[in-house]
Structure formats: structure tokens, C-alpha cells
Design a protein around this ligand. Structure first.
Ligand SMILES: [Zn+2]
Length: 87
């Protein structure tokens, strides 16, 4: 049994997407990871219990409003890392 933050995969996927669309943003793995970490630290985590990839806890799929919030936090992170890349 494993406890996972359900938001993690959602944030990673959206971060990839948003960084790819931003031509001024550094596209390296380090910056992507920094933005994803920033977003995860600023969002309420959603923990679920999973066993070998199967999720047992009933989770609601992210609503549009939740998704909009995730996206705005990721955009904040992109702005921050763009101005202060850690490399
Ligand atoms: Zn970079």
C-alpha cells in the first residue's frame, strides 16, 4: 500500500504543457521540476491510497474550477523560475 498525492500527476502533466507553450521559458528538466515543486507546495494536497498503481480511495476528478486554480499556481511558478532560474 502506498499513499500518494493525487495532484502530483495532474500538476506534472499541466506543467509540461504550459512550459512547452511558453517560448521564453527554459525547457530543461530542472526548471520543469522546480515549477512543479512550486505548484505542489502551494496547492492543497489530495492524498489517495494506492496499491501497484490501482487507486482505492474514491477521488473526484478535478473540477474545472480546481483545474483553473492548478493552472494559475503553475503560471505563477513559471514566472518565478523564469526570472530566477536556478542554473
Ligand atoms: Zn532550465
Amino acid at each position: 500500500m502506498e499513499i500518494k498525492n493525487y495532484l502530483e500527476s495532474e500538476v506534472l502533466r499541466l506543467t509540461e504543457d504550459l512550459i512547452r507553450k511558453d517560448k521564453d521559458m527554459c525547457q530543461c528538466e530542472k526548471c520543469k521540476a522546480d515549477v512543479a515543486a512550486y505548484a505542489l507546495n502551494h496547492l492543497q494536497p489530495k492524498y489517495v491510497v494506492s496499491d501497484e498503481g490501482h487507486i482505492f480511495t474514491e477521488v473526484e476528478m478535478s473540477s474545472d474550477q480546481e483545474k483553473a486554480e492548478i493552472i494559475s499556481v503553475i503560471l505563477e511558478g513559471i514566472k518565478l523560475i523564469k526570472n530566477n532560474p536556478r542554473h
